[in-house]
Design a protein around this ligand. Structure first.
Ligand SMILES: Cc1cc2nc3c(=O)[nH]c(=O)nc-3n(C[C@H](O)[C@H](O)[C@H](O)COP(=O)(O)OP(=O)(O)OC[C@H]3O[C@@H](n4cnc5c(N)ncnc54)[C@H](O)[C@@H]3O)c2cc1C
Length: 563
């Protein structure tokens, strides 16, 4: 049995290693057009930034180490240029000419290519991508040679990591993002925090604007934006997305869907004895059923392993799970992470849902180092099934998103988060962990124990309802919605008549700083027969959602003497 694998990194090398562990006698050949296999592509930005100092650290394995440990025949600088699925033959371009290679089974894990938009000047030698070890070495070389100004085109995960790395090396760095905010899959009220953090690092963020041209120059290039802004650049990192690297395989008749290889739930393609994994394949989103590639290392690694199972132990092979798209990125002192889908996708797919905004500490407030996190959880109306979650904060973000990803994978409903028995002692969490709190709030929403209003409905709320702000007088004075009535929650029981008079038959929209005090106030009002709602996430979420509009809308006034 000869197994040939095209692509020797995440999906391909996982498949190769598993194949060997399942069959000691198979001939396993791994072909990669690059100079390296099994390299740490996820570590490349940290090498550019100098946090990973040694280039060798990026090379997790070499052909020699793979031969020694797993008896793999790894052939670098072997570019597969054609495939004949009838005769089961690959055409491979090597340094020594073209070879034909027969296979009994073939796994394709060719990954993705950086998208190159048709911008004038895109072919300037100062434009770089960050996909290979060579790319990272080139960028770090430019930094050490004295590049002073960098422009990163694209504010997605890799773009943000690249920008932070270049800034860390002391370059004046700008990020240009066409979407309204960086990290486009994140909810705007969380992305706002990321933008602030980037700005705090000294990175100029140009969001909601396209780069319209690159003007190459003798001393430096100029990146021109659609709004007329001109940014000088000694180097430009192109990071506006990826597309499956599948041209050769599409030409061979393997079925593609919008450029990505179509596979079944064991990774089998349309051709006999040909499997595919990783960034090059179309996957089905576990939450929505939307079909698209998920360019993430975890799903690629797992799919590679499961494909080897399907080839060597088909009776035991489990199907490849549908991805949740769980992802994480460090930005300065913050971590941003997400799992499942965001609000825009839920709205586009017409999935009726509720959203929770929470701002708990990552561990007990009385223990030194307590810091607030910002957590958003979406769950389905009706059965309460979890649909997605995102979090941003300085600590504890990875743990919460990983727990929520596990709950999502397990098909749990929001209320079931209450029951999760999570590790607790003051330095690590809270007796009611943020995950449990999300469950409790979700249960309250499902049972009608609270009714939420949302920051994006602020104009409607201002027009048709009484806003009752239950924060302290000092907090109220520091910025509040116009026309809001301020009654601290501790005084509410004695001042219900004031609320009734001010509401004059309208609904009361309660709010506080983060949602906790307004929840207490809401319960008082509801039990006294008021028609009320409480602001999800409080003014913290409202400010973030309003963004630049917050300064114009919120009223600040000198602190009045108490009445
Ligand atoms: C800078 C960077 C940072 C990243 N950070 C993260 C992260 O933090 N977390 C995360 O989950 N994901 C991250 N990713 C994404 C992750 O690396 C990919 O999702 C994953 O590597 C995909 O695995 P793959 O096997 O499909 O392709 P790859 O790992 O890209 O491997 C494909 C290989 O196939 C080779 N190849 C392609 N076509 C041919 C051909 N015709 N002949 C021979 N060889 C061929 C290529 O040279 C390449 O080496 C990052 C990616 C990059 C570039």
């Amino acid at each position: 049995m000869r197994l040939v694998i095209v692509g020797g990194v995440a999906g391909g090398m996982s498949a190769a290693a598993r194949a060997r562990r399942l069959d000691e006698n198979a001939e396993i050949i791994v072909l990669d057009r690059g100079n390296h296999v099994s390299f740490a592509n996820c570590g490349l930005p940290y090498f550019v930034g100098g946090e990973i100092e040694n280039q060798q650290s990026l090379l997790v394995q070499t052909p020699a180490s793979l031969k020694a440990a797993l008896n793999l025949d790894v052939r670098v600088r072997h570019d597969v240029t054609a495939l004949d699925t009838e005769s089961r033959t690959l055409t491979v371009a090597t340094e020594h000419g073209t070879e034909q290679l027969h296979y009994d089974a073939l796994i394709l894990s060719p990954g993705a290519l950086a998208v190159r938009p048709p911008l004038p000047g895109i072919d300037s030698p100062r434009v770089h991508t960050l996909r290979t070890v060579e790319d990272a070495i080139a960028l770090r070389g430019l930094v050490t040679e004295g590049a002073r100004r960098a422009v990163v085109l694209g504010g997605g995960f890799i773009g943000i990591e690249a920008a932070e790395a270049l800034r860390l090396q002391g370059l004046e760095t700008s990020v240009v993002e066409l979407s309204p905010h960086v990290l486009p899959p994140f909810e705007p009220e969380l992305a706002h925090l990321i933008t602030e953090e980037l700005t705090g690092l000294g990175i100029a963020v140009h969001d909601g604007v396209a780069a319209s041209a690159i003007e190459p120059g003798a001393a430096h290039d100029v990146v021109v934006l659609a709004d007329g802004t001109r940014i000088d650049a000694d180097l430009i990192v192109l990071s506006v997305g990826v597309r499956p690297d599948t041209e050769v395989f599409g030409a061979a008749g393997i079925a593609l869907e919008r450029g990505a290889i179509v596979v079944d739930d064991h990774g089998r393609t349309s051709a006999p004895q040909v499997w595919a994994a990783g960034d090059a394949v179309v996957s089905t989103c576990a939450v929505t059923g939307i079909r698209r590639p998920f360019a993430l290392a975890g799903p690629a690694n797992r799919a590679g392993r499961l494909i080897a199972d399907d080839i060597f132990t088909p009776a035991l092979a489990r199907p490849i799970p549908r991805p949740l798209g769980t992802a994480i990125v460090r930005v300065g002192e913050l971590t941003a992470a997400s799992t499942g889908v965001n609000k825009a996708t839920l709205q586009a797919e017409g999935i009726a849902h509720h959203t929770l905004h929470l701002h708990p500490n990552q561990h007990a407030g009385y223990f030194p180092g307590a810091a607030q996190m910002h957590l958003i959880v979406h769950f389905r109306e009706g059965d309460g099934a979890l649909l997605g979650a995102q979090a941003v904060g300085p600590e504890g973000i990875d743990k919460r998103i990983d727990v929520l990803a596990t709950a999502l994978r397990a098909g749990m409903a929001i209320d079931e988060l209450i029951d999760l028995d999570l590790a607790y002692s003051p330095p690590y969490g809270m007796a009611k962990d943020p995950i449990n709190l999300a469950g409790m709030e979700g249960e309250n929403v499902r049972t009608g124990t609270i009714k939420l209003w949302y920051a994006q409905d602020v104009d409607e709320v201002l027009e048709h309802t009484l806003v009752l702000d239950t924060r302290s007088r000092a907090e109220f004075a520091s910025g509040h919605l116009p026309g809001a009535l301020n009654i601290p929650h501790t005084e509410l029981r004695e001042r219900l008549d004031e609320v009734r008079d001010a509401a004059a038959g309208r609904r009361t929209s309660v709010m506080c700083a983060s949602g906790m005090r307004s929840y207490i106030a809401y319960r008082v009002l509801a039990q006294h027969g008021f028609d009320a709602t409480t602001l999800s996430g409080g003014i913290l979420t409202l400010r973030a959602a309003l963004g630049d509009r917050a300064a114009a809308l919120l009223v600040s006034e000198p602190l009045k003497e108490s009445v």
